[in-house]
Structures are given as C-alpha cells and as structure tokens.
Ligand binder design. Structure first.
Ligand code: AMP
Length: 387
C-alpha cells in the first residue's frame, strides 16, 4: 500500500520462480516493494522477498496478500482463471484476464495472431480421433500434435512424421484431449526461431526490444542471441505484429511473441504473457531490462529505452550450473544463479556474454565454450555470428 511516500508501491507476484526473483532485483531500485505467492514454500524468489506459501485455490488466504499490494502480476501463466478473477475483483491485475486466457490456449493464440495479421502455420482444433484424421487429411504430414493448454518446453507434443503415425500420436496424447484439448499444427521447416519481447504500459505506451534469435535443445531454450539480425526488416515487422496484438488485448506489461523465420517471413508460434527466458539478455545487454520495464508498466511508470547496448548472448544452465569462476575470468560475462537445487531439465541459472561487436562476441563465446566444456552449446551461436 502507499506509505508516506506517494511514489512507493507494493507489487504482488503470483509465482515465485526465477522470473519473479529477477523482477524483484530490477524493481527494488525504483522503490518498489514486493510480495510473492507460490504453492512451493522454498520457491527461489522467497530468498529475496516475503513469500506466502498457499495453494492457487486458497482464495481466503489470498485476502491479506491482496490488501498489502497496489497491483498484482505473474511469473507463471497457468495460474487458474478463478484465482486471477478473484484477484481482479480485489486489486489491479496486469496483464488482464483476456490476455491470460488467450495465451493459455494455443488455438485462441493462433486465432488472435491471424486476426492481427500475423500469419501462422495451418492448424486445427482436435477433440476426437476422427478430428485428428480429418485434420491430418487437410494439413498433411509432417505435423505436430500438441496439447492446447498447459504444455511448455516441448512437453505435451508428438511429432507426426507420416500419416501412418496417427495411431501412435493418439496413443501418446489422446487421453489428454478432454482435459487440455489438442491442436494439430503443420510442421514449419523454419530457417531459425526468434522472439520479440515487447511492453505496453497502463497509458498505452508501447516499446519492443530488438528481435532475439533462439536455439532449443530437447524443447528447452539453450541460447539466445540479440540483436538477432542485421538490417531492420524483421525487427520492423515483429514490432508491428507485437503492437497490434498488445493493443487488441489491451495488454499491460511485458510479453514475448515466439516466431519462426522462414525465407525472411515471420510466422507466429505462441505468446508468453510475462517476462520471458529469451529476454534475459536485456539485463546487461539493453538500456532497460525486460524486468524493469515490466515493473514500470504494471505500476504505471513511463517505460525505459529498449535499445540494445551490446551484441549479447544468453546461455541457459539446465540441470546444473557449470563452473562460475571459469566463466567470470572471461571479459564481458555476467552470471545469474537462481538459487535452485540441481535437477535434470530444471532451469537453475543463466549467463550473458556481451561484447562491443559481433566478432568479439564470437571470440568470447569460443572462450566460454572451452572454459566450461560447453562447446556444443555455443557452436550454433558462433556460426550465426561469423557465418
Ligand atoms: P512450443 O512449445 O510450441 O514452443 O514448441 C517447442 C519447440 O518445438 C519450438 O521451439 C520448436 O523448436 C518446435 N516446434 C513447435 N511447433 C512447431 C511447428 N509447428 N513446426 C516446427 N517446429 C515446431
């Protein structure tokens, strides 16, 4: 609540993972206080801000939290709709319920993209085995069957290489059709994957960071490079799409649009209604980070400059952290340990490498790859920088 200082606000965050933690780190210098809610008592943002450990459906327990805050936001998009609706009745919530609902569902998301002029691959809603056959007859193979809701990091997906794989696909995912819905998508033979991180504040001011190029391993983001492309055509197109989508949803806060780039053209894959892993490079690589601008946007402050300061590459640490000090001995490197215990497939930290120019960034990445034994992780980024 507002104290004696009218510029001091308290922001509530639903979800206490590393995204919440980085919001707290970015918002604290602005004079913002934070309160976190998470069902897991030792969620890592609780290391630096007060954390209330309650289940998402414990609406009574949310009451004191709602009283303490000026606005609420999310580090996690799958907060149940009724929890978000309850909070909306008690405090200002950003992004809004329509944005969350749309971004939680791949069919609504792709329908919105098309309405806003962003092309997507062919897709079909699949509720039954007969729907799958009809969708495959229309879209053809290769294709991907995915859950409509609650899929992330490549989970809940089945790649259909040939029409004969329909049985196997239904065996893998058919049981989820009732609870989560399914979507069949035409397979995109993309040249590369990219994302645009954008932000809109309560006054309707809009900004976007330079487009980021992304590499995934086993469906999980492995590396991000920004700015992704020389020459501004892809940036200009991506910014226009992001702006149209933000205005249509009356979106407030940071969001990410994940894109496929094919022959210089953009296709929309999905959107994340929150700060995003592919925007972590903005902490050191941009004038204002995604985390600071998200806090500014939801609390009604003016937005900061989203220009890149340096060519930057973010490397995700999945499962366990590599040798910190071996990396920090290399110039231009920045370390982020989320304070989570190691576990296979878990995002436990990241690092960002910055350099004054692309050639120096490639050299530094080579050094990082050798020093950490991560040559395979940096190799595609070096190839993109030098190729
Ligand atoms: P998603 O959960 O939709 O982000 O999918 C995870 C990853 O699978 C993406 O980052 C892509 O590498 C790949 N992928 C998803 N959808 C498609 C598609 N329609 N065509 C080709 N690759 C895809």
């Amino acid at each position: 609540m507002h104290g004696s200082n009218p510029t001091q606000s308290t922001l509530g965050i639903l979800g206490g993972g590393q995204l919440a933690k980085m919001m707290v780190l970015a918002g604290t210098p602005l004079g913002v206080r934070f309160r976190i809610v998470d069902p897991v008592a030792d969620a890592c943002a609780g290391q630096i801000a007060p954390l209330l450990a309650i289940g998402w459906d414990a609406l009574d327990a949310l009451e004191p939290f709602a009283r303490e805050i000026d606005a609420a936001t999310f580090d996690f998009e799958n907060v149940p709709a009724q929890t978000a609706a309850w909070l909306t009745a008690h405090t200002r919530v950003a992004p809004n319920a329509l944005s969350l609902k749309t971004a939680q569902d791949r069919v609504l998301e792709k329908t919105l993209f098309r309405e806003c002029g962003l092309p997507t691959t062919e897709f079909a809603d699949v509720a039954t085995r007969a729907d799958l056959d009809a969708a495959l007859a229309r879209i053809g193979a290769p294709a991907i069957l995915k859950t409509r809701r609650e899929g992330y990091d490549g989970k809940g997906q089945f790649r259909i290489k040939a029409l004969a794989d329909a049985d196997a696909a239904w065996q893998a995912l058919g049981a989820q059709a009732a609870a989560r819905g399914l979507i069949l998508e035409g397979f995109v033979a993309f040249d590369f994957e990219a994302s645009v991180i954008a932000v809109r504040n309560t006054a309707g001011e809009f900004r976007a960071w330079p487009v980021t190029r992304n590499w995934h391993v086993d469906g999980i983001l492995s590396a991000s490079l920004a700015p992704a492309v020389r020459g501004g055509e892809i940036d200009t197109a991506a910014f226009a799409h992001a702006r149209a989508i933000a205005e249509k949803l009356d979106y407030v806060g940071v969001f990410a649009l994940e894109l496929f780039v094919q022959d210089g053209k953009l296709l929309g894959n999905e959107m994340a209604p929150r700060v995003h892993n592919s925007g972590h490079w903005t902490i050191e690589g941009a004038v204002t980070s995604q985390f600071e601008n998200h806090v500014r946007a939801v609390l009604g402050m003016p937005l900061g400059d989203t220009s890149a300061r340096f060519p930057s590459c973010m490397l995700n640490w999945i499962g366990e952290l590599p040798n910190r000090d071996a990396m920090l001995a290399i110039p231009g490197t920045h370390w982020h340990d989320y304070g989570k215990s190691p576990r296979p497939g878990r995002k436990v930290g990241h690092a960002t490498v910055c350099a004054p120019d692309a050639a120096t960034l490639a050299t530094r990445l080579e050094q990082v790859g050798r020093a950490l034994g991560r040559e395979a992780q940096v190799a595609p980024v070096i190839e993109a920088l030098t190729g």
